[in-house]
Write a protein that binds this ligand. Sequence first.
Ligand SMILES: [Zn+2]
Length: 472
Amino acid sequence: MDINITNKSDKIEFLSKYFAYIEAIRHYKVPDKTTLKNLLGVAWPTLQNAIKDFDIKNSPIKSNSEGFFLDRDFSIHAGISIGATQIKLYLCNFDFEPLTESYFESIGLKEIYKSLKQDDVRVADEKSVDEGYFCYNRENSVDGIAWRLKKIFDCLIQIDNQTQKLLSVGISFPGIINKDNLRIDFSPNIKCLRNVFIKDLLSIELWKRLEKNEISVFFEHDTQAASIYEKEALYCKSEKKEDYSSAKNVCCVYIAAGIGASLILNNKLCRGGTNSFGEFGHTPAPDLLVDKIQNSMLSIEEFTDKFSYEGITPTIEENQDINSIKKVTKHISPCECGKIACLESAFRRNVFDSYDLDNYLERINNQNELKNFNETHPYRYRVLKEYIGYMIGLLINFFNPDIIIFSGRIVWEISQLHNELNTIKANSAIGIPAQNCNIILGTQKIYSAAAGTAISSYHSLVNGDSFCDICW
Ligand SMILES: [Zn+2]
């Protein structure tokens, strides 16, 4: 019996049924029958019998003389990340590769590509590199976010009308999301997202159109989405010099507008009891050791940086005790999380002298400010290293991961920091767990959260629920 599985519900049934095989083929690149049997414990004839109900020619599992591979054109998935600095859209094929301009041209949808690109806020030379993602201004109101989502979904539905292949869309948010009723309790860096039911961000009419086109929409947490993308990327050997694909305990730290961590433990994404794993940006944090170093122990450059950053270069009187010079203490208002001394606010204040989010975002979005940060701000750079060390120490000593992946603008842009990550690690965590933990930079894709959200939506489609268990 041949079933035409170009039909969406048949496709989804196929994905659910053969998910483990598909993922093994995805990760182990053209495995042969013996490798597949060793990986999954089921012999190929058993699988072949099981899938003969489906028309194998139309399944995503293809084979050649060397082994099995996936049909990248089997389906399309989309991820939208609602961030504090930008809203990003990533569209990918079944191999999670981005859909580029030439793909849109090949399916006769150049106009849709143009309309998606219309409001892209990247500077001209960034935009000319066709990386297959779209980047829009942040929105500060629920209405604004709903407006942007509608514009994006209008295009997505047109893509689906043309291809019939868009199976799932994911939308990710930062903050505390109640997964039982899909409500964002609060999002420290997007203030309007407080007690907002996520489903209300799309109109009833839009939900109906999505249902008609059989496009499933799921939700995700943005830090976890970024780690889903980074974990997937570990299997792409071409991208990395070293092979970390066998790492089962993977910790991801994202430092951008906020500070978040996520953990994949024994190859399973940790979500926590209430879906709030990894909000360690909002744990109480000390004003670290550097503050305890006496002024007389600083170099002249460090001393100048410590004080002049605030616009005040103290004049030192003759015979004055240099250690008596104090920083001006500004008024510190509590973080949106309600704590006055959480890691995020201490980090912003002590490293970037920023007392509010907008000022901080302005600083970290300025590439020149970050590029030579270690030279222009030698004192602040020491403080930065202390905070990075604090995070590394906590994560290694608590979770004993095989690998920590750092992402986000601050770690990417300050190149000297990459060189020193191992030294910082040695200085911050205990012996053997530290020795065995590799610290690497992530893929440096600024769309990692959007791409991870697209991948997560595929897992949710197979599992039938947002925030589902994701295993590798
Ligand atoms: Zn906080």
